[in-house]
Write a protein that binds this ligand. Structure first.
Ligand code: PGA
Length: 255
């Protein structure tokens, strides 16, 4: 059995006060959600306050990034134990915006995954191809490199404590979603990569989210696909009703 995991990635949006308000709305709206794991990822600045809002609820707390070192002279960065202390459950790692704008590589993704896991938090490992890569037939080679890089040195037990987010870069924030079939095909390929590394039973137990312009209008079709186990939601997560409009269809699914 795999968990459906729906996470809201708020990116660089919402002040602390706005974050507290939205978190409160999500907690209230999600109170009867049982089958789906719901998480929200505010900015670092708002995490501690939002932690207080979600405490005792069924909404999990996620961070948008982390540094792999414990402490020290890394201006602008936040360590995993700082996240752990305030109750973070999930950490988004390797988002395409990190890869594109801030020099994230498969090697730094791997270091972050290991650090986060060493403290008992769950990494959400983001992978996905650009439009040029897809058009030039590199989809499979890009996903293979990203998965093998992220999971380098991880045991099967470690792998079971990860979530993957497949996010085609061309679908992020563009309003263009991968079709149900395109997404399913990529997810099945990624699950095959996990099976090759860890065997089928481990691969069948790892949740693979879809991300990229997911919204209430297209969520049910995507979530109904055999290998799509949730979503990493940007724009549509900035309002409680559209976010919960994605969470709700997952309630009836079991994978
Ligand atoms: P989007 O972002 O839903 O706004 O496309 C998804 C993401 O970047 O995680």
């Amino acid at each position: 059995m795999r968990k459906i995991v729906i996470a809201g990635n708020w990116k660089m949006n919402k002040t602390v006060a706005e974050s507290v308000k939205l978190a409160g709305e999500v907690v209230a709206a999600a109170k009867d959600i049982k089958a789906v794991t719901v998480a929200i990822a505010p900015t670092y600045l708002a995490l501690a306050k939002v932690a207080e809002v979600v405490a005792g609820s069924n909404v999990k707390l996620a961070a948008q990034d982390v540094h792999w070192e414990n402490q020290g002279a890394f201006t602008g960065k936040v360590s995993a134990d700082m996240l752990k202390e305030i109750g973070v459950d999930f950490v988004i790692i390797g988002h395409s915006e990190q890869r594109t704008y801030f020099g994230e590589t498969d090697a730094t993704v791997n270091k972050k995954v290991r650090k986060v896991q060493s403290l008992g938090m769950t990494p959400i490992i983001c992978i996905g191809e650009t439009l040029d890569e897809r058009k030039s037939g590199q989809l499979e080679s890009v996903l293979t490199r990203q998965v093998n890089g992220a999971y380098d040195g991880l045991s099967a037990d470690d792998a079971l404590r990860t979530v993957i987010a497949y996010e085609p870069v061309w679908a992020i924030g563009t309003g263009v979603t991968a079709s149900d079939d395109e997404a399913q095909e990529a997810h099945a390929f990624v699950r095959g990569l996990l099976a090759a590394r860890y065997g089928d039973s481990v691969a069948q137990s790892i949740s693979i989210q879809y991300g990229g312009s997911m919204k209430p209008e297209n969520a049910a079709g995507l979530l109904a696909q055999k290998d799509i186990d949730g979503g990493l939601i940007g724009g549509a997560a900035l309002k409680a009703d559209s976010f919960l409009g994605i969470v709700t269809p997952g309630e009836t699914l079991s994978k």
